[in-house]
Ligand binder design. Sequence first.
Ligand SMILES: Cc1cc2nc3c(=O)[nH]c(=O)nc-3n(C[C@H](O)[C@H](O)[C@H](O)COP(=O)(O)O)c2cc1C
Length: 443
Amino acid sequence: MPDLSVNLAGIQSPNPFWLASAPPTNSGYQIMKAFETGWGGAVWKTLGVPVVNVSSRYGALNYRDSRMVGFTNIELITDRPLADNLREIEEVKRHFPDHPVITSLMVESREEWHQIVRDCENAGADGHELNFGCPHGMCERGMGSAVGQEPDVLATITQWVMEVATKPVIVKLTPNISDITEPGRAAVRGGADAISLINTIQSIMGVDLDTLVPQPYVDGKSTNGGYCGPAVKPIALNMVKNCAQDARIGLPISGIGGIENWRDAVEHILLGATTVQVCTAVMHFGFGIVREMTSGLSRYMDEKGFETVGDMVGRALPSVATWENLNLDYKVVAEIDEQKCIQCQLCYIACEDGAHQAIGLPEGNGRVPFIIEENCVGCNLCSLVCPVESCITMVRRDDAESVTTWSDRVAAGTAPTSFNDQRGGGVGHYVPEPSKGIGKISR
Ligand SMILES: Cc1cc2nc3c(=O)[nH]c(=O)nc-3n(C[C@H](O)[C@H](O)[C@H](O)COP(=O)(O)O)c2cc1C
């Protein structure tokens, strides 16, 4: 059996799956239920001066038949008294001493930071996460992402916390910034032990076309919220990768954003995360998803020969290059499996109107499209729109040996530098056919 236990900056956890600070970690009752179900650790719903929340407060992006592909909220931090939360932290630690409880914190003054860190440690917290990411409500009061967007302020507040913290401190970053490594480096300057990312992305979920009010609806008005769920995973992965690759950061990472199953979690880990945190998927499907996550991770590690989670951390990073170091000689073209094709012709339409006119339709009765190899640039679009698994595959056509990168071409003086340097071409001429009301391409 592979070893699923992890250690993030001194925080020991039976597995890498943590609940993110959010409604699923609002109370001791929920966290104990989650630990019983199999979650390794939990980041408590952000503690501070209790807030007053609005109703309603969530919105969702549904896509075709999929519910909650993206999720938004305009909820603030905890609305429960600190004393209640502290009592419940003690209770959780009494029942689950081996499961880390991280207290997410957000207050204003240095005195408040000192006080809340001490209170949480007295209650038994195993670490702290500084919420410098909430992009709505709290930032208008100078907290949350208002701090995360000002690296020097972030570093100063982190230092305040480090003055009194005896447990590891994780700085949670906001993605609402152009370069995520800036606040990452500020966390290092402040003395943090780890970083976590991402918090939610500032967003407007949509506008109700009847009421003309964006969602979520609060008595005829709305406001910008924080976007999360499956739709944000690619953004989160890129930011985790950017921080993991930055030698000036070098801190352990807790990856957050769009994690719904063991595969999503492994992707975060391969790009540099040691633990992962989950919010929306638990709000959607409940604590039980962790069973599939742990069994899937174990199976994957067995298959790949990874003995510990630590062995996997950052293993995809060496294959993330900058664009100018990709091989321009590598060449693939699409191939259609005629047996699998259901003749929907989505690939033809996508390629004809949206890409490179590299798919043709047979004359006569046939309906299975064919690839025009000389036009195919190997972009993948046809295989992505094809509804049949493995019907369109990309097959290699280069000599599998030569490597020329953009950097090589610039160095060799063979890169285009003026408007007319690149080879000419085009795929054909548009010939109007007025009798049919539409033209066609003559190749
Ligand atoms: C309803 C809701 C409330 C949240 N509250 C907090 C919070 O109090 N503190 C915090 O640091 N992050 C909070 N978050 C952000 C999550 O912890 C997490 O960073 C984000 O949702 C991305 O993860 P996901 O894609 O798994 O949802 C909240 C998210 C949601 C959806």
